[in-house]
Design a protein around this ligand. Structure first.
Ligand code: FES
Ligand code: FES
Length: 171
């Protein structure tokens, strides 16, 4: 039986871990995780483009996996561990992947950038990315209208190589 209208309009307290901090806020039953992060928690680095799972701009890491936060409800993330682009540079200093984006001019308007950074970060934790084809594959869920992808591919490969050399995992 479908929920009653007043059930759909209820507001919930959502508590979760975001970038290592315990956070909480109010979310309607139909509030997306993207909107919750941006409007309730003030984490506006997560961008919203298409709002239906196509562009990848809203990509975050949820319990270790890159996901589209426009396709999740905030209430579904209760108790989860979430990472957003703000967590890549907690002290305001670019991490190696972000620095590589800067070095290789992988940013133009920047609207897509946080989504790419989170997709690449999640992928590099799973293992190295050694070829252009692999880099293109891992970025295939993210759309950029400006850069032509070339700089992002170089940045991903360079970051992967650096991580492999040091035995580190993408932060
Ligand atoms: Fe989520 Fe486009 S805004 S995939
Ligand atoms: Fe503009 Fe990617 S830099 S959409």
């Amino acid at each position: 039986m479908p929920p009653e209208a007043d059930e759909r309009d209820r507001t919930f307290v959502v508590s979760l871990t975001v970038n290592g901090d315990e956070r909480g806020g109010l979310a309607g039953a139909r509030t997306t995780l993207a909107d919750f992060l941006r409007h309730e928690l003030g984490l506006t680095g997560t961008h919203v483009g298409c709002e239906h799972g196509v562009c990848g701009a809203c990509t975050i890491i949820l319990n270790g996996a890159a996901v589209r936060s426009c396709l999740l409800l905030a209430v579904q993330a209760a108790g989860a561990t979430v990472e957003t682009v703000e967590g890549l540079a907690p002290d305001g200093e670019l991490n190696p992947l972000q620095q590589a984006f800067h070095t290789h001019h992988a940013v133009q308007c920047g609207f897509c950038t946080s989504g790419f950074l989170m997709s690449i970060t999640a992928a590099l934790r799973d293992g190295p990315v050694r070829t252009e084809a692999e880099a293109r594959e891992l970025m295939s869920g993210n759309i950029c209208r400006c850069t032509g992808y070339a700089g992002m591919i170089v940045a991903a490969l360079e970051s992967s190589e650096a991580l492999e050399a040091t035995g580190e995992v993408a932060q």
